[in-house]
Write a protein that binds this ligand. Structure first.
Ligand code: SF4
Ligand code: SF4
Length: 460
């Protein structure tokens, strides 16, 4: 197996003695955006001098600015079913927790999607608990089709990423055929002992089956996979090492590693006893692990969910995070409930309660370009095709124009006059950063069509 806890612990222990000169060489390599091996990552995790930590944060910021610029890709989760046969101690949807469970009918999926489209979202992460009877794959595929078909006014969902339980190669082939974007699955923890403790019962308890899900997904033809761990279950350094060894395994076997890594941190949920989790990660350690991941895999998108509050989001955006959720509900039917002001019962507590327009306007005020781009998946730039463009630096030649055009759409369809004025100024200022003159002229021509002719959906 490509994850061996003892090996990780031994590697972390050995890295404690890394000489300063070797750390400097690793940081120089990271600064050149060459990515790092898991042994080099172990050495950086062992760094604790203020000077070394500062250089790690400085390089993380440089990589973020160089590869991702000031663009932040926006998305929202859509929970379609909270039926679950698993008993995960950190999740309020676990089967030991009693509440009125439900799954959305297709009419309800359409209603939820309308609410998300009204917020301007173009990219969703479909989320469902594991339940073969109540939530079989056919139901998930119906949901995907319904989401893609549902168009409200100028709104449409152009990319559906899917986060469902580990499954078979055949089922992954069906998901791929349904046109999913990224297949997302969190390992939760790479620490097998902790994994078995926190997964009390259900199919998810099988560590090896869960760990090898991306192998089956890739065998089934899915080439964009999104990983994640739930920081707070075990030693965060062990988790970072697990992520990196998993990534190296996929690169060796399939030629491409993770498309994205999500960095959720354990937070309070209904029915959870927080004292049962002795490995909670404090803010300083959390910022360090995010920065080290940024250095380790510079071309892998880093995703932050609604769990973090505004201040932490701000810090992490500067050192690595490239995708954010906004206006999220983590409840089945939560968007309609919010629209009708019903009381909710979510999977976990959302710390950033601001609405999507508030978050998007604030990002713009802070100098970021909120992007609703979904172009790569729709242009066939996935898997190793995407990674080779990303590693050569060419991808940013399309990211910025696409960000400006999709932000312009958002402003015209969902912004008020003040937001449109700010957006126009931001587009004009940022268009100067499009290196290719022909692309810059084309982008501005498309922006003009979006603003003045009502045309939509331009992408490169
Ligand atoms: Fe079910 Fe997922 Fe929650 Fe575990 S984390 S109880 S599998 S919904
Ligand atoms: Fe993401 Fe591709 Fe759009 Fe860039 S062009 S923001 S990589 S989808």
């Amino acid at each position: 197996m490509f994850i061996d806890k003892q090996y990780i612990q031994d590697t972390l222990a050995a890295a404690e003695n890394t000489p300063d000169a070797a750390i400097t060489a690793i940081l120089d390599k990271a600064e050149a955006m060459q990515g790092l091996t898991h042994k080099e990552i172990a050495a950086l995790l062992a760094c604790d001098s203020p000077a070394q930590l500062q250089r790690i944060f400085d390089i993380a910021g440089q990589i973020k600015r160089h590869i991702y610029g000031n663009r932040i890709v926006m998305f929202a989760p859509l929970y379609v079913s909270d039926y679950c046969v698993n008993k995960c101690t950190y999740c309020s949807y676990n089967c030991g927790h009693s509440f009125g469970r439900r799954k959305l009918t297709m009419d309800e999926v359409r209603a939820e999607v309308i609410e998300l489209e009204k917020m301007g979202h173009k990219r969703l992460a479909l989320e469902a608990g594991e339940h073969d009877k109540e939530c079989p794959l056919d139901y998930v595929i119906d949901c995907i089709k319904t989401i893609y078909d549902m168009k409200f006014e100028n709104g449409e969902i152009r990319r559906v990423n899917v986060n469902i339980a580990a499954t078979t190669v055949e089922n992954y082939q069906c998901l791929q055929a349904a046109g999913i974007g990224t297949y997302i699955l969190f390992q939760e923890t790479y620490d097998k002992d902790v994994y078995e403790n926190v997964h009390i019962s259900g199919p998810k308890k099988d560590y090896a089956y869960h760990l090898t899900a991306f192998d089956r997904a890739m065998e089934g033809g899915i080439d964009d996979v999104g990983a994640g761990v739930l920081f707070g279950l075990s030693d965060p350094y062990l988790e970072v090492m697990g992520l990196m060894l998993h990534n190296e395994h996929l690169e060796e076997r399939f030629g491409v590693g993770f498309h994205t890594i999500s960095v959720p941190r354990l937070c309070r949920a209904e029915g959870m006893d927080m004292s049962a989790f002795p490995n909670l990660v404090d803010d300083a350690a959390f910022e360090k692990v995010v920065a080290v991941i940024r250095l380790a895999v510079p071309f892998t998108g880093l995703i932050l969910s609604t769990r973090e509050d505004h201040d932490m989001r701000e810090k992490l955006l500067k050192i690595g995070v490239s995708q954010l959720s906004a206006g999220s509900s983590t409840e089945v039917g939560g968007y309609i409930k919010r629209a009708t002001q019903e009381e909710s019962m979510s999977q976990f507590k959302v710390n950033d309660e601001r609405t999507a327009p508030e978050i998007i306007a604030e990002l713009l005020d802070d100098g970021y370009i909120p992007s609703f781009c979904t172009a790569c998946y729709r242009s066939g730039r996935t898997g190793d095709r995407f990674m080779s463009l990303a590693k050569s630096g060419q991808i940013k030649n399309v990211c910025l124009p696409n960000a400006l055009m999709t932000l312009c759409e958002y402003a015209m369809d969902y912004g008020d006059e003040a937001f449109r004025t700010k957006t126009k100024a931001a587009i004009m200022a940022n268009a100067d950063n499009i290196g290719n003159e022909q692309v810059r002229v084309q982008t501005l021509a498309n922006v003009d069509k979006i603003m003045n002719s009502g045309e939509r959906d331009f992408f490169l």
